[in-house]
Design a protein around this ligand. Sequence first.
Ligand code: DCC
Length: 208
Amino acid sequence: MTEADSEKVDLRSEIPRFKPATPPAAFGEFVENMRRLQDLAVSIDAPDEVYAAAQEKTAELIELLAPFEAREGKGPANRSMQLPGRGSLLMPPWKVEKFDEESVVATGVLRRYHLGGGGVAHGGVLPLIFDDNFGMVVYAAKRPISRTAYLHVNYRKVTPLNVPLAIEGKVDRVDGRKTFITARLTEEDGTLLADGEGLMVQLLPGQP
Ligand SMILES: CCCCCCCCCCCC(=O)SCCNC(=O)CCNC(=O)[C@H](O)C(C)(C)COP(=O)(O)OP(=O)(O)OC[C@H]1O[C@@H](n2cnc3c(N)ncnc32)[C@H](O)[C@@H]1OP(=O)(O)O
């Protein structure tokens, strides 16, 4: 395998030194279509022929895209700050509203894809939102590159779908390599849905 080949197929990387991307509008529209597809994939109840047609169309899309799979940090997903969820399908489609040393605020809605049961968000989605916020807080506060050592979420109320939400996280205290972060997830009127605390530990040279 040549070096160029290994770059194409090796999806591992060290923790990324973040480089923002500015993709064309079509990328953002593609990601939003994919999000709509995710919502539909978890909610449809369709005739057999519709599933068969959907299978064919998605197979065509995979064939179109597969030749362009690239290693972490090359494509625009996850590093397009102007797009909801930084253009990453893993992330809920939230927008960063405030990003400075004082705090990081992101707002958005959770949608059908994020359903747990009983019409409200899956509990596992919340730690994802908190962890991502903690990562951005570390970055915005100009702390060294760190990884989450622990993350604690208190679920205070069920989190509704399709309702505007906000998370605000900030550095609580710093102790050597350790950055302790707190965050709150609220509805627009300030109702507290969940709060969280996390420890981000600065990576030492050579740590992945
Ligand atoms: C624009 C921006 C976009 C970018 C936005 C991107 C956002 C994405 C952010 C995602 C971030 C992640 O999810 S990262 C992925 C999830 N996390 C991981 O996979 C981490 C896996 N764990 C590890 O790699 C390691 O355990 C580390 C690096 C966390 C720590 O290991 P270490 O380097 O050997 O350090 P160690 O000596 O154990 O600990 C250092 C100090 O921290 C304390 N410590 C360590 N772990 C814990 C713990 N669980 N609970 C309490 N305390 C702990 C120790 O007691 C010690 O304190 P003292 O004795 O010094 O007082």
